[in-house]
Write a protein that binds this ligand. Structure first.
Ligand code: HEM
Length: 451
């Protein structure tokens, strides 16, 4: 006899739980977990989605990805942007391109990226007055764009890049819609396709220039232009364009949202902020170089970033498509349903963490190490074979932003309790103004030391 399907959260006719999912999915999914247990069903429109909460079930999803659970089928709505690259590639295409996507993230390249991050963040800091205000979410988004443009496509591209690239990118991302069929003749989809064609043209020109003048460029694009498949064929230009746009998609809003939260949460918790400041004064006093070696000593900052990942993960949901039915936890989950992890809810699981709603970065210190009770307790960067390849890049960018900003400025949170903006793309804080005052009269440019 068939086991039952996982219990369902009640919802509206036809649209099911869709509206609440779009408006406030944390509370929807937490209610599901607290009332129905670690496996339950929600309905996004007509589509049943099984939600799995708990390390053992996270293991299951990561292990079964590219087997009975499909990543590319779940993320088909991204095809119009970067079809055939990274998580929109089927398992065999993904296998063929995996080494290419991972190449720019090799550890030896990281000091160069940190140098770029410090350069962009310092340029912003040097542009500030003695005192003033900034809106952290749009500011950090701009910084992640500049860092991304420079690291992905080189300094010349970053310098020449005008707002055209990012305005087109904004039109592209406004056309991301996980619910509606992507080929409907709607204005937002028409704009999306036009923007995609223009962005493709811009990136194509840089590729052509690289192929015509092969010199050494230390950026992602150069890695892709020189990359070969295992059988010796070079990557087609259209695939390179898709990979570049895929990395922009995966990397900049996510980092901007989570990094903004990291600073906001510190300012909301002055006691812990003092610990981070003390550590910065010791290892990163004004006028000293900031690099990946300094970062290794900033343990309190590292725990603050992990606590931010726990409480405010930018990737708050992870989807898979069931190619086959499976049985789990006493339930039968049918073929063609979706399966989902919910990092934001998984991170307030009382079986893993204590005082789950409190901001307490010391829970990640070696003495407490709450996350070590099992594998896959902290899943803000995913897990398994498809774990975020940009996790270190993002971590370093967030760490550099918080460390350099705190070293130079005294800050006051003017919007005391920012909310979560779910909108399109990754969830991020609602616009949050921060008041600043320079800590030293003269702001020295950060010295950068590479390995
Ligand atoms: C705080 C910032 C970031 C967060 C929260 C984040 C989160 C994630 C998550 C959860 C996944 C797995 C998705 C899944 O299993 O369905 C993922 C995959 C990925 N991320 Fe990130 N990411 C961040 C930054 C970045 C950056 C900066 C880059 C690149 C520059 C990047 C590139 C990628 C790529 C290429 C994948 C696909 C990996 C694969 O399929 O093998 N991410 N990310």
């Amino acid at each position: 006899m068939h086991k039952p399907t996982p219990p369902s959260l009640s919802g509206l006719p036809v649209i099911g739980n869709l509206l609440e999912f779009q408006k406030d999915r944390f509370n929807l999914l937490r209610r599901g977990y607290e009332t129905l247990g670690p496996i339950f069903t929600i309905h996004l429109g007509p589509k049943p989605v099984v939600v799995l909460i708990g390390p053992e079930y996270h293991d299951f999803l990561f292990r079964e990805t590219d087997k009975i659970l499909s990543m590319d089928r779940a993320y088909q709505f991204l095809n119009a942007i970067f079809e055939g690259a990274a998580f929109t590639a089927g398992p065999s295409d993904y296998d063929a391109q995996r080494h290419v996507i991972l190449a720019p993230f090799a550890g030896k390249k990281m000091p160069g990226y940190v140098e770029i991050m410090v350069e962009e963040i310092s340029a912003w800091l040097e542009s500030l007055n003695e005192r003033g205000e900034f809106e952290v979410v749009s500011l950090f988004q701009r910084i992640t764009q500049l860092v991304g443009a420079h690291a992905l496509m080189g300094k010349a591209f970053r310098d020449e890049m005008n707002d055209e690239f990012w305005n087109l990118y904004a039109e592209l991302s406004a056309g991301i819609d996980p619910v509606l069929p992507p080929n409907l003749p709607l204005p937002k989809f028409i704009k999306r396709d036009r923007a995609r064609a223009k962005l493709g043209g811009i990136i194509q020109r840089v590729i052509d220039e690289r192929r015509a003048n092969p010199q050494t460029h230390a950026d992602f694009l150069q890695d892709f232009v020189e990359a070969k498949f295992k059988d010796g064929r070079p990557l087609p230009d259209e695939l390179i364009i898709s990979i570049v746009l895929g990395l922009v998609f995966a990397g900049h809003e996510t980092t901007a949202g989570q990094g903004s939260w990291a600073l906001i949460l510190l300012l909301q918790h002055p006691k812990y902020l003092e610990m981070v400041r003390a550590e910065l004064d010791e290892h990163f006093p004004p006028g000293t170089p900031f690099d990946h070696r300094v970062m290794r000593n900033l343990r309190h900052l590292d725990w603050a970033l992990q606590e931010t990942e726990r409480l405010r993960p930018s990737a708050d949901v992870i989807f898979r498509y069931n190619l086959e039915a499976y049985e789990l936890g006493g339930y039968h989950v049918p073929k063609d349903w979706l399966t989902m992890l919910a990092p934001r809810v998984a991170h307030v699981n009382r079986e893993v963490f204590t005082n789950v709603d409190d901001y307490d970065p010391l829970r990640f210190s070696p003495e407490r190490a709450e996350h070590r009770v099992a594998d896959h307790t902290l899943i803000g960067f995913g897990g398994g074979r498809h774990r975020c390849s940009g996790a270190n890049f993002a971590h370093n960018e967030m760490a550099a932003f918080v460390a350099l900003t705190l070293q130079r400025l005294d800050l006051e949170l003017l919007d005391k309790n920012p909310g979560v903006n779910y909108g399109l793309g990754a969830p991020r804080p609602t616009p949050t103004w921060i008041g600043y005052r320079a800590r030293t009269r003269t702001i020295e440019p950060a010295l950068v030391v590479t390995a």
